[in-house]
Design a protein around this ligand. Structure first.
Ligand code: NAD
Ligand code: UDP
Ligand code: UDP
Length: 317
C-alpha cells in the first residue's frame, strides 16, 4: 500500500538547523523521526513539536547503527561550531565518518534518498573567491579545524562512493554560515556571540583585525534550499553551495549589531584563531540554476528576528 506520508529521518534533528527542518517537514505532512544524542542540541529545540502525531524523537548516536524504515534521510548530526567540534575532535571525526557510513548503509538498505549536510569548511582557507563547487579547497589536514573539515570531506567521499558503487540516491549540500533563532547562545559562533554580548552590554570580541569576511544566510532560506534539494531530480545530487552571497567583514557585522541593538558595548580585539579562513563567500549559480533557489531574507531582517529570539532567551527588554 502506498504511504500517505513520506517518512523522513533527520539526524541532528534537535540542533539549530535540524529543529527548523523537522518543523518544516511536519508542515509538509511528513512523518518525522528526529535522531539526536543531544551533544550540542537540546530537547528544548523540539519541545514544541513533541506530541505532534507525526513526530518522534530518538536519543541515538549516529556512530552506532540505526535500523528504521524511512524514505528520506537528512544527515545533519555533527557539532558545527569551532568550540564544540574542537572540544572532542576524535568524536567529531567519528560522527562525521562513522555517522555517514551508518546513514549511507541505512539509505542503501531501505533504497531511500539521503542528503548530507556538508559545509563550506571543505574549502578550508580558500584561494579561490567566491568559491564554486569545482574548487577542491585548501585545508590544513593536521590543524585544529581538521577534525571537522576533513571529517566532512571524507563524508562527501563516502556519499559519492556509495552512489557510484551501490547506486545510493544522494544529495550534497555545502552549507555556508547560517544564523537565526535557536542558535546555541554559548557555541561561540560569531552572530550569536555578538548579539549576546551586545544585549548584555559586554565587550564585542572581534578576532584579529575584523577584516576577515563571511556571508550569512538566514535559517529559513537555508531550510528552503535543503527541502528543494531533496525534491530535485535524482541526477541533481550536487554538491551545491547553499548560502547567502552577500559578504561582510566581521567588523562590519559587529558594528551593525551594536547599532541595531543600540548597545553600549565596546568593540575589542582578541587573537585570531589558528587557520581562521580570511574570506568566505559562496558562488550559488548552480543552486540558482538547478534548484531555482536563492536567499530572500536580507541581513537586517534576519538579524532583527535573531535578536528578538535572544532577547526572549536572555529575558532582556
Ligand atoms: P548544531 O550543533 O545545533 O546541531 C547538530 C546536532 O547534531 C545537535 O543537535 C547535536 O546534538 C547532534 N549530534 C552531534 N553529534 C551527534 C551524534 N554523534 N549522533 C547524533 N546526533 C549528534 O549545529 P547546526 O548548526 O544545526 O548544524 C547542523 C548540520 O549542518 C551540521 O552537520 C553542520 O556541520 C552543518 N552545517 C551548519 C552550518 C551553520 O552555519 N549552522 C554551516 C555548515 C554546515
Ligand atoms: N547500517 C545501519 N542501518 C541500516 C543498515 C546498515 O545503521 O539499516 C549500518 C551498518 O551497521 C553498517 C553500515 O551501516 O555498519 C554500512 O552498511 P553497509 O551495508 O554499507 O556495510 P556492511 O553492512 O556491508 O558493512
Ligand atoms: N569571530 C569573531 N568573534 C567572535 C566569534 C567569531 O571575530 O566572538 C570571527 C571568527 O574568527 C571568524 C568569523 O567570526 O573569522 C566566523 O566565525 P564562526 O565561528 O561563526 O564561523 P566559521 O569560522 O566556522 O565560519
Amino acid at each position: 500500500m502506498e504511504d500517505l506520508h513520506r517518512r523522513v529521518l533527520v539526524t541532528g534533528g534537535a540542533g539549530f538547523l535540524g529543529s527548523h527542518l523537522c518543523e518544516r517537514l511536519l508542515k509538509a505532512d511528513c512523518d518525522v523521526i528526529c535522531a539526536d544524542n543531544f551533544y550540542t542540541g537540546t530537547k528544548n529545540n523540539v519541545a514544541h513539536l513533541v506530541g505532534h502525531p507525526r513526530f518522534e524523537v530518538l536519543r541515538h548516536d549516529v556512530t552506532f547503527p540505526l535500523y528504521v524504515e524511512v524514505d528520506e534521510i537528512y544527515n545533519l548530526a555533527c557539532p558545527a561550531s569551532p568550540i564544540h567540534y574542537q572540544f572532542d575532535p576524535v568524536q567529531t571525526v567519528k560522527t562525521a565518518v562513522h555517522g555517514a557510513i551508518n546513514m549511507l548503509g541505512l539509505a542503501k538498505r531501505v533504497k531511500g534518498k539521503i542528503l548530507q549536510a556538508s559545509t563550506s569548511e571543505v574549502y578550508g582557507d580558500p584561494t579561490v573567491h567566491p568559491q564554486t563547487e569545482s574548487y577542491w579547497g585548501n585545508v590544513n589536514q593536521i590543524g585544529p579545524r581538521a577534525c571537522y573539515d576533513e571529517g566532512k570531506r571524507c563524508a562527501e567521499t563516502l556519499f559519492f562512493d556509495y552512489h557510484r558503487q551501490h547506486g545510493v540516491n544522494i544529495r550534497i549540500a555545502r552549507i555556508f554560515n547560517t544564523y537565526g533563532p535557536r542558535m546555541h547562545p554559548n557555541d561561540g559562533r560569531v552572530v550569536s556571540n555578538f548579539i549576546v554580548q551586545a544585549l548584555k552590554g559586554d565587550p564585542i570580541t572581534v578576532y584579529g583585525d575584523g577584516s576577515q569576511t563571511r556571508s550569512f544566510c538566514f535559517v529559513d532560506d537555508l531550510i528552503d534550499a535543503l527541502v528543494r534539494l531533496m525534491a530535485a531530480p535524482d541526477e541533481a545530487f550536487g554538491p551545491f553551495n547553499l548560502g547567502n552571497p552577500d559578504e561582510y567583514t566581521i567588523l562590519e557585522l559587529a558594528e551593525r549589531i551594536v547599532t541595531m541593538i543600540g548597545s553600549r558595548s565596546r568593540i575589542i580585539r582578541a587573537p585570531l584563531p589558528q587557520d581562521d579562513p580570511m574570506q568566505r563567500c559562496p558562488d550559488i549559480s548552480r543552486a540558482r540554476r538547478i534548484l531555482d533557489w536563492e536567499p530572500s531574507v536580507p541581513l537586517e531582517e534576519g538579524l532583527e528576528r535573531t535578536i528578538g529570539y535572544f532577547k526572549s532567551l536572555l529575558k532582556v527588554e
